[in-house]
Design a protein around this ligand. Structure first.
Ligand code: NAI
Ligand code: MG
Length: 359
């Protein structure tokens, strides 16, 4: 059965890293007989230049028609001074909401070869491999009512609403349980059920769903403790599931335990498991066009795509093993380079991956 992948290269380093991710995918596609077919679309600055808008109708239509989207990055100073409504970032937000991508998966993986890039002691983080599942389209970032109002005494008050309904909780919990099943079998649900009623319901529903996943070991943790534990002993976690606000903060903290933004992939999923896969970093205009970009975050995003949307776990494993291999061999783009290692360009890193996959 053929699978349709929409490639959106984007701006800045996006096109450079996309080329390398596609080279890797092409090999994997053949080796595992995946039947992947590609389509391409414009988004962000490139779309503004070509069509005048950051999210052309054609791009949204193609995104809705494919099985998964592999995306580079968008944005850059070239488009900084245009109207807020047609900035590149609007294109990305429009795509996320247009596709209802509520399930945000952010792994924090520390490759042992890069252990000295972390701000924590090597023994605390080496081998770290955790996944944060963040709810992305609900919670306090979207809850109504919200605003700034003037009280009777004339004082102003800012307010937002933290709420999740059962459907929203169930669908994100399902993403997390499924992910835990495919990984280490442990799920920690993070809430603030001692204070916030909305998260009392969250805890109750997640607990209730656990009976459908006997193979997953579920625990619950308050968010303040989770923040502490992430820094104290991050390897105790496998999968963490949490709401939009807590997930925003915890996933950034967890990402930085690994020290290098050029290594971090992400996924955003809809209720059918279709998703958009992209590196956590942006378009890096400061190094665009210089062959300095690390393509591994995008390559690892492609691996996530195989795992979570295309049901090709062995193919995903093969990419991740190849990444480990090129790091073992000492290949380093400038962002992860340390003394004694082989300094390579974006395309040379791609060459090394191709060699690792084919030898
Ligand atoms: P950035 O992530 O693009 O860059 C931050 C720093 O990390 C820069 O020094 C950059 O050179 C470096 N870096 C990023 N990716 C790298 C890679 N693969 N290899 C080596 N070094 C890498 O974030 P910044 O500078 O805040 O934003 C630049 C542009 O990207 C802005 O227009 C911003 O709006 C956009 N952006 C887009 C995102 C997306 O497309 N999802 C996400 C974040 C920012
Ligand atoms: Mg954030």
């Amino acid at each position: 059965m053929s699978k349709k992948v929409l490639l959106i290269a984007g701006d800045g380093i996006g096109p450079e890293i996309s080329v390398e991710a596609k080279r890797v995918l092409d090999i994997i596609n053949q080796q595992f007989d995946l039947g992947i077919e590609y389509d391409e679309a414009l988004l962000g600055g490139a779309a503004i230049d070509a069509t005048g808008v950051p999210l052309p109708d054609e791009t949204l239509a193609k995104a809705k028609a494919c099985d998964a989207i592999l995306f580079g990055a968008i944005g850059g100073p070239k488009w900084d001074n245009i109207d807020r409504d047609i900035r590149p970032e609007k294109g990305l937000l429009g795509l996320r909401s247009g596709l209802e991508l509520f399930g945000n998966l952010r792994p924090a993986i520390l490759y042992p070869q890069l252990a000295d890039a972390s701000s924590l002691k090597p023994e605390v983080v080496s081998g770290l491999d955790i996944l944060i599942v963040r709810e992305l389209t609900g919670g306090i970032y979207f809850g109504e009512p919200r605003g700034i109002r003037t009280l009777e005494n004339g004082e102003r008050e800012g307010y937002n609403t933290y709420k999740y309904n059962e459907t929203e909780i169930r669908r994100i919990a399902k993403v997390a349980f499924e992910a835990a099943k495919k990984r280490g079998g442990k799920l920690c649900s993070v809430d603030k059920a001692n204070v916030l009623e909305a998260t009392v319901l969250w805890r109750e529903i997640v607990q209730d769903m656990a009976k459908d996943y006997p193979e997953v070991e579920l625990s619950h943790m308050y968010v303040d403790n989770a923040a502490m534990q992430l820094v104290r002993a991050p390897k105790q976690f496998d999968v963490i599931v949490t709401g939009n606000l807590f997930g925003d903060i915890l996933s950034d903290a967890a990402a930085m335990l690994t020290g290098s933004i050029g290594m971090l992939p992400s996924a955003s999923l809809d209720k059918n498991g279709r998703g958009m896969y992209e590196p956590c970093h942006g378009s890096a205009p400061d190094i665009a066009g210089q062959g300095k970009a690390n393509p591994l975050a995008m390559v690892l995003s492609a691996a996530m795509m195989l795992r979570y949307s295309l049901n090709a776990t062995a193919a995903a494993d093969a990419i991740e093993v190849a990444v480990g291999k090129v790091l073992d061999q000492g290949y380093r783009t400038p962002d992860i380079h340390t003394e004694g290692m082989k300094l390579v360009s974006t395309s040379e890193m791609g060459d090394a991956l191709v060699a690792a996959l084919t030898e």
